[in-house]
Write a protein that binds this ligand. Structure first.
Ligand code: NDP
Length: 457
């Protein structure tokens, strides 16, 4: 083994020992570090400065009690968190997730990923993530508001427009950002860009709701164009029916692709005629206005089919876009996909594909775009929202869309540069681009070089 590989192996052994109760965090660190052997061989300065040891330890993790009162007067206690992972490239930046599964391991994995995703955007953004084990499902609007106010009352002590700027994630959409921002503004007695994802008529950026889904499709489009191909006529399988999935579907339809499926945590629908713009509007009404379930699609389009308790990965398609949650593509799912000979899989959700599944897809020659590259559009437009807030201005939809396209193309090109078989630090020996190692090497290098410049601390 080379020096770099030995260093990586020793590092991972120690890391796994230290974090044995945090499987998601281990998974995300392994995913990054396994791409870095050749880079660390060539750059002993990164090894001697302890860059890996430092970047895998959050600068600060905050955990706090959130007490709120339900409509029936009962008292509830949840746990709130903010992992302020790295401020090397800018103020901590990353979403808040409200979901019963939230714990420190999941937030550390998400915060860790966020560092390199934000790095890839080329903007001045550090990495962080937060949230709560609060379950917004079946809560009244007033309960959601009281919870958000209790949550931000504590978090307000640690955030600010130049310190840490949270945004939405699973369970935190524009409604929750509104309640969080309103109460934060009251506590701080200041109106500034301390959260992103705000309404466009009170400080939000045009295109922020659409940005992750649109950005995903701009990335996929760039992958296809790089091979002289296009989205036109391609069949697309999408999981999820939340923010990312909805706008991924919308942009895929605009590109002339045929969207076959969408899902939620109960099951998936398949519409072999294709989900067109009108049908997608129905899904948005069901999910966003009525807070309903995806199976209600069949009330409007009875020719579609619904599969309870299943994921859509057995459905044959050219393109798979997992847009729901982490580890939703396991090895058996990947094998089912491989049998369908798709062109590519691009992650809309964060870490939706298990490492074994990624290996199986890549071994079968299927192009694979990792989340830190392909879903960076959301945080990129959050960065643009911060810029607009600082300038006290609002850019038009066209301006933001052009910036988003440019950022996603640049991310693609960085992945292509560092993930090609002839690239300096990649171990890729195949003929196609290895987007995983390209994204990891490129995202890491910018952070690591900035760490070296800023000294040891
Ligand atoms: P939403 O809450 O809007 O939607 C999440 C969707 O995923 C819902 O359809 C939900 O179904 C489904 N889902 C959630 N948990 C599970 C599960 N365990 N199994 C199956 N389906 C599930 O979230 P977003 O669309 O904002 O986020 C989706 C993913 O994208 C997350 O991984 C998030 O971290 C990532 N992401 C989001 C960004 C953004 O800008 N919003 C930016 C970058 C990444 P149900 O309705 O049943 O809960």
């Amino acid at each position: 083994m080379s020096d770099g590989q030995t260093y990586v192996a020793d590092f991972l052994t120690n890391f796994r020992r230290k974090h044995e109760a945090e499987p998601e965090f281990i998974q995300s660190v392994e995913e990054l570090v396994n791409s870095l052997g050749q880079l660390l061989d060539a750059r002993p300065d990164l090894r001697s400065a302890g860059v890996l040891e430092r970047i895998t330890e959050p600068e600060r993790s905050i955990q706090f009690r959130v007490t709120w009162v339900a409509d029936d007067g009962s008292v509830h206690v949840n746990r709130g968190y903010r992992v302020q992972f790295s401020s090397v490239l800018g103020p901590y930046k990353g979403g808040l997730r409200f979901h019963p599964s939230v714990n420190l391991s999941i937030l550390q994995f998400l915060g860790f990923e966020q560092i390199f995703k934000n790095s890839l955007t080329g903007l001045w953004l550090g990495g962080g993530k937060g949230g709560s084990d609060f379950d917004p499902k079946d809560k009244s609007d007033a309960e959601i508001m009281r919870f958000c106010q209790a949550f931000i009352t504590e978090l307000a002590n640690y955030i600010g427009p130049d310190t840490d700027i949270p945004a939405g994630d699973i369970g935190v959409g524009s409604r929750e950002i509104g309640y969080l921002f309103g109460w934060y503004k009251k506590l701080a007695n200041e109106f500034h860009g301390s959260l992103t994802g705000k309404g466009t008529d009170w400080g939000g950026s045009n295109l922020r709701p659409e940005a992750t889904g649109y950005g995903l499709l701009y990335f996929v489009d760039a992958m296809l164009r790089h091979r002289g191909d296009s989205m036109t006529g391609k069949s697309v399988v999408i999981s999820g029916s939340g923010n990312v999935a909805q706008y991924a579907a919308q942009k895929a339809i605009e590109f002339g692709a045929k969207v076959l499926t969408m899902s939620d945590s109960n099951g998936y629908i398949i519409d072999n005629a294709g989900i067109d713009t009108a049908k997608l509007a129905t899904i948005l009404r069901i999910k966003n206005n009525d807070r309903g379930r995806i199976k209600q699609y069949l009330d409007f389009y009875p020719d579609a089919e619904y599969y309870e308790g299943s994921r859509p990965w057995k459905v044959a398609a050219d393109i798979y876009l997992p847009c729901a949650t982490q580890n939703e593509i396991e090895i058996a799912d990947a094998q089912a996909m491989v049998a369908n000979k798709p062109l590519l899989v691009a992650e809309g959700a964060n870490m939706p594909t298990t490492p074994e599944a990624v290996t199986a897809l890549q071994a079968a020659g299927i192009l694979f775009a990792p989340a830190k590259a392909s879903n960076a559009g959301g945080v990129a437009v959050s960065g643009l929202e911060m810029a607009q807030n600082s300038m006290r201005t609002a850019w038009t939809l066209e301006v933001v869309d052009d910036r988003l396209k440019e950022i996603m193309q640049n991310i693609h090109d960085k992945c292509a540069k560092h993930g090609a078989s002839n690239s300096k630090y990649s171990s890729n020996t195949g003929s196609d681009i290895d987007y995983v190692s390209g994204a990891n090497i490129s995202g890491f290098l910018r952070v690591a070089d900035a760490m070296l410049s800023q000294g040891i601390f």
